[in-house]
Design a protein around this ligand. Structure first.
Ligand SMILES: Cc1cc2nc3c(=O)[nH]c(=O)nc-3n(C[C@H](O)[C@H](O)[C@H](O)COP(=O)(O)OP(=O)(O)OC[C@H]3O[C@@H](n4cnc5c(N)ncnc54)[C@H](O)[C@@H]3O)c2cc1C
Length: 382
């Protein structure tokens, strides 16, 4: 009997797993379940070129429908999976039950929402995870729109950059002492703070959002330092939560994500997980990585291992962010770094920040320095 693989989630990891299975010669059936009603597409442009209207919607798609037909990958893109029945080995949707031999959970993550009490009576609150979100947000990013961005991580900063380029007025609040506090060293944060201020963003660090109140058609945002800002819309980029509900309901182990072993297998030999939703042990700690290269790599590993290769997964992390004309490329994992060294790069306006732990280089941020990034990747063995 041909094997049946069901992929839950038609995003980056789901697409990569399905495509890889076929590339490796898998002849069984592949069904991909999505809940967005659109064919699998890439998310990074949603906070960059697409948000600015500089990239057509059809350019977001990984491949056109012909590809999926040729590869014999069935994409049910409006068929959310409601349950995994591990006893009868079936994936359950509202419409049907689909017997499986292997399931790949590639359910991604959803934005953390602002507390409900803050949002009462206010409509113009936005999050940015999917194409529908970007379409809604893009529509209000016009000259003179007053926008409050909550959160100074990569999503918040990219939205701020796009909004300024669209002519909107932007205030950005970050409750940590500085922007990029969780993900980058001070010199990188300093670079981006200076850049955003030079473009007219009002950055408020070390101050949280306390409350939102309707004020006519506008919104009054009250901050922790008792100051307030009147805006037309609020966009929150305050992190994501992995989509683990299906796995939890099926009795699989979760720990800040769906727990997988070094092969990408969850706590059931027929169920696997990859991408933003998966937690795994790396250097002795449980981690989850939210990035495109990781989603692809881990999903492709799962595909290999389903076919019996038994290759352990070792992440080769890298990431990028585009803000205005500036490109940040990050190689490696800076977690637990003890010191960061800064070096002006050969390019004008370029900067390289190297992270060390026990005197070993563990990660590098390269700003406007593509060559430095290639070298860093090589040096880190990525
Ligand atoms: C705006 C934005 C910008 C980004 N920019 C960058 C960047 O510059 N560089 C970078 O490396 N990374 C970036 N990322 C992160 C990157 O896009 C993610 O890490 C990557 O998409 C993760 O892939 P995934 O397949 O795990 O999840 P996703 O791509 O989110 O796919 C998960 C899919 O599963 C669906 N789903 C969930 N539950 C169910 C269910 N029960 N049934 C059916 N379907 C379900 C979801 O709706 C979604 O479509 C960005 C993310 C966003 C949102």
């Amino acid at each position: 009997m041909a094997a049946r693989v069901m992929i839950v989630g038609a995003g980056q990891a789901g697409f990569a797993a399905g495509a890889k299975l076929r590339q490796l010669g898998f002849e069984g059936s592949i069904t991909m379940f999505g809940n967005e009603g659109v064919m699998p597409y890439q998310r990074p442009p949603l906070s960059k070129a697409y948000l600015l209207g500089k990239l057509e919607a059809d350019r977001l798609s990984f491949r056109n429908e012909t590809f999926f037909a040729e590869q014999d990958i069935k994409v049910l893109n409006n068929e959310p999976v409601l349950k995994i029945d591990r006893i009868d080995r079936q994936v359950v949707t509202t419409n049907d039950r689909f017997p499986y031999d292997n399931v790949i959970l590639a359910t991604g993550a959803d934005p953390i929402r602002l507390p409900a009490r803050m949002c009462e009576g206010i409509t113009n609150i936005f999050y940015l995870r999917n194409k529908a979100d970007a379409d809604r947000l893009g529509a209000i990013m016009k000259p003179d729109t007053r926008l409050l961005v909550v959160g100074g991580g990569y999503i918040g900063l990219e939205v701020a950059a796009a909004a300024r380029q669209a002519g909107a007025e932007v205030t950005l609040v970050e409750m940590s002492p500085r922007i990029l506090n969780r993900v980058a060293a001070e010199p990188t944060a300093d670079y981006f703070r200076t850049l955003h201020i030079s473009k007219g963003v009002d950055i408020r660090e070390g101050v949280g959002l306390r409350d939102l109140k309707p004020e006519g058609a506008a919104i009054k945002a009250v901050l922790d330092d008792d100051s307030s800002v009147i805006v037309d819309a609020v966009v929150a980029g305050i992190g994501v939560r992995p989509n683990t509900e299906l796995a939890e309901a099926a009795g699989l182990k979760t720990d800040g994500g769906i727990v997988v072993d070094k092969f990408g297998c969850a706590t059931d030999p027929h169920i696997w997980a990859a991408g933003d939703c998966a937690s795994f042990i790396h250097n002795g700690e449980m981690i989850r990585i939210e990035s495109v290269p990781h989603a692809i790599d881990q999903a492709e590993h799962v595909a290999r291992n389903i076919l019996g290769e038994a290759t352990p997964y070792c992440p080769r992390p890298w990431f990028w962010s585009d803000q205005y004309q500036t490109k940040l490329q990050i190689a490696g994992f800076n977690r637990g770094y003890e010191r960061a060294e800064t070096l002006a790069s050969a390019n004008e306006g370029g900067l390289k920040v190297s992270y060390f732990k026990e005197n070993t280089l563990i990660a590098v941020d390269c700003i406007n320095d593509a060559r430095g990034f290639m070298m860093a990747k090589r040096e880190l063995g990525l």
